[in-house]
Ligand binder design. Structure first.
Ligand SMILES: Nc1ncnc2c1ncn2[C@@H]1O[C@H](COP(=O)(O)OP(=O)(O)OP(=O)(O)O)[C@@H](O)[C@H]1O
Ligand SMILES: [Mg+2]
Length: 274
C-alpha cells in the first residue's frame, strides 16, 4: 500500500543512503525536508555525493537504504505510470548537459516537451519545428536566442549549458534540480544565470535545488545552504550562520577536482543509469 504523509513539503528524506557495487558509499545517511517552493543550494567537495543525491531526487536512481517521499508519496511504492508522472514534474539540468550534439539548438530545447507530446508530435517537431516561439523565448531568457538554429556541437561549453537550462524552462517542471549549472561560464554570467533560475523559481513557485562548486554564489543567492561531505549533511543553515570554520571543515582534506577526474566521474555516472 502506498504510504502518504502531509503534503506541505516537496521532498522528505529519512536516512537515505546509496552504495554503488559492494562498498562504494556515495551517500551515507541524508535527512532533510524541502518545502514546496523552497530554494536550496548544496555545496561540498568533489565526490561528496551531490550528483548521486540529485539522481535519487529525480528518481533515476533508487536509494540503497532509507526513505524518500516526494509530494507525500513514498517513492519505493511508485512504479510505471505513477513513477513517470512524478519524474515529469522534476526538471534536471545535468552537470554534463546531456544534450544531443548533432541536433540544432531548437530541437534540444524542445525535447524538454517530450514528456508531454505524443511520439508523432515529437517526431514531427524534429522535421519541422513546432513551438519555435516557445523555444525562442526560453533561449532569450538565457541570452542566446540568436543560436536557435545553430548545431549544438558548434556552441561553446557555456552556451551549451544555457541550452540545457532553456530545455528545463520549456519543460516547466514543478521542481528544478540544477547540478552545477554554471560550471562552464564566466563569473559574471554565472551570477546572472543563478539569479535567473532563482527569479524563475520565485515567479512560478518552483522548488529549486542547486549543486554549486562556488561557495560565494551559494551564500549570496540562497536562503538555505546544505554542506555535503562524505555522503552526509555536515550543516544545513541560512548563509549568515555559515562561517569560515564550517567551510574549512567542509573542504578540509579535499583538493579542487582536476578536469580529468571530472570527465572520469561523468562517464561512470552515465553508465550507472538503470
Ligand atoms: N555510477 C557510479 N558507480 C560507482 N561509484 C560512483 C558512481 N557514481 C558516483 N560514484 C561515486 O560516488 C561518490 C559520490 O559521487 P557524486 O558524483 O555524487 O559526487 P559529487 O558530489 O557530485 O562530486 P562533484 O562535485 O565532483 O560533481 C564518488 O566517490 C563517486 O566516485
Ligand atoms: Mg557532481
Amino acid at each position: 500500500m502506498r504510504e502518504r504523509v502531509a503534503m506541505a513539503y516537496q521532498y522528505r528524506l529519512e536516512k537515505v543512503g546509496k552504495v554503488f557495487g559492494r562498498r562504494q558509499i556515495a551517500l551515507a545517511r541524508i535527512d532533510f525536508v524541502v518545502q514546496r517552493g523552497e530554494k536550496v543550494a548544496l555545496i561540498g567537495p568533489s565526490g561528496a555525493g551531490k550528483t548521486s543525491l540529485f539522481r535519487i531526487l529525480n528518481c533515476t536512481l533508487r536509494p540503497s537504504s532509507g526513505k524518500l517521499w516526494i509530494n507525500g508519496d513514498e517513492i519505493e511504492s511508485l512504479h510505471g505510470r505513477r513513477l513517470r508522472e512524478v519524474r515529469r514534474k522534476i526538471g534536471t539540468i545535468y552537470q554534463q548537459h546531456n544534450l544531443v550534439p548533432r541536433l540544432k539548438v531548437i530541437h534540444n530545447v524542445l525535447s524538454g516537451r517530450l514528456g508531454r507530446w505524443s511520439a508523432f508530435r515529437s517526431l514531427a517537431s524534429l522535421m519541422r519545428p513546432l513551438e519555435v516561439e516557445l523555444a525562442w523565448s526560453a533561449l532569450k531568457q538565457v541570452g542566446i536566442e540568436e543560436k536557435i538554429f545553430t548545431r549544438t556541437d558548434e556552441l561553446s561549453g557555456g552556451q551549451q549549458q544555457r541550452v540545457a537550462i532553456a530545455r528545463v524552462l520549456v519543460q516547466d517542471p514543478e521542481v528544478i534540480l540544477a547540478d552545477e549549472p554554471v560550471s562552464s561560464v564566466d563569473p559574471s554570467l554565472a551570477a546572472s544565470i543563478v539569479n535567473l533560475l532563482i527569479d524563475i523559481g520565485r515567479d512560478t513557485h518552483k522548488t529549486l535545488l542547486m549543486n554549486l562548486h562556488s561557495v560565494d554564489l551559494a551564500l549570496a543567492y540562497f536562503p538555505r545552504v546544505i554542506g555535503i561531505k562524505n555522503g552526509v549533511a555536515l550543516f544545513d543553515l541560512s548563509p549568515d550562520k555559515i562561517d569560515d570554520r564550517l567551510l574549512e571543515d567542509l573542504y578540509s582534506g579535499h583538493l579542487p577536482p582536476s578536469d580529468q577526474e571530472k570527465v572520469a566521474h561523468a562517464e561512470s555516472n552515465a553508465l550507472a543509469y538503470p
